[in-house]
Design a binder for this molecule. Sequence first.
Ligand SMILES: Nc1ncnc2c1ncn2[C@@H]1O[C@H](COP(=O)(O)OP(=O)(O)OP(=O)(O)O)[C@@H](O)[C@H]1O
Length: 280
Amino acid sequence: MNDLLLDVRDVSKTFVRGGLFSREEIVAVNKVSLQLAAGRPEILAIIGESGSGKTTLARMILNMVTPTSGRLLLDGTDLAAISGSAGRIAFMHKVQPIFQNPFESFNPLKRVERYLLMTRRRFAAAAGGSTAATAVDAALHKVGLSLKEVGGRYPHELSGGQLQRVAIARALLAEPKLIVADEPVSMIDASLRISIVNLFRTLRDELGISIIYITHDLATAYYISDRILIMQKGSVVESGDARAVLTAPRHPCTRQLREAALLPQIAGGGANASGTTQVI
Ligand SMILES: Nc1ncnc2c1ncn2[C@@H]1O[C@H](COP(=O)(O)OP(=O)(O)OP(=O)(O)O)[C@@H](O)[C@H]1O
């Protein structure tokens, strides 16, 4: 077994915009490194202002964007070496995405259980012998739903919170070791957000899944994360134990984000800021 589940080594991504006479290079991610240990599930929050490179970093981890330089390894496999459908399915077994808008993740004309059944069939070979419907029902139960509840329904017949739970159930069908969730609660009613982030905690604690949680929302990051990484203009400017970073921020960018969030429980610095932080 590898010691590292995820090893992001000095990764950069530069986008080029415009044509011959108005060429513009945008360094979306600049020499970012981060690691997640194998066998020690954790929630790592990536926080930063708009345009700081969070989504680009997430997409590189999901192998949807190729880095301009640097390497990414998942369970010891270099993402650049993954090819063919068998390689891609093996990769998707280990890492699954959750996107911001659950309504965009599902075709409005297809009943949601069809997606779940198709996903189960795609991963069935390695996932054991239970029937597809039983496995789908079990995945839905893990997110507080059931096939009875969502069966036969189209995406628009579910609330945003319910549909995001279905998206998480779909991710669970792959039995991943890592979930990359990019702003997973920003389009969900505030009253339902906490139940979704609590679900991430359950996935970490009961299923041993590590979660990269990308968010603008310092309150939920403070509440559920073990570690936090702050990004500014493509670079990591501060990282460390979540409570330590948010109760005693050292980088001006972190302080600014915290002040903008106006969170009394963080601003007071009352929580146990026992961990360590690293300012880069
Ligand atoms: N495909 C692309 N082509 C050109 N530029 C891009 C592309 N994708 C992202 N960028 C640029 O890279 C920078 C980082 O974008 P990114 O979406 O990663 O930031 P973000 O922190 O996720 O922002 P937000 O919080 O607003 O989603 C931005 O300047 C963005 O305009």
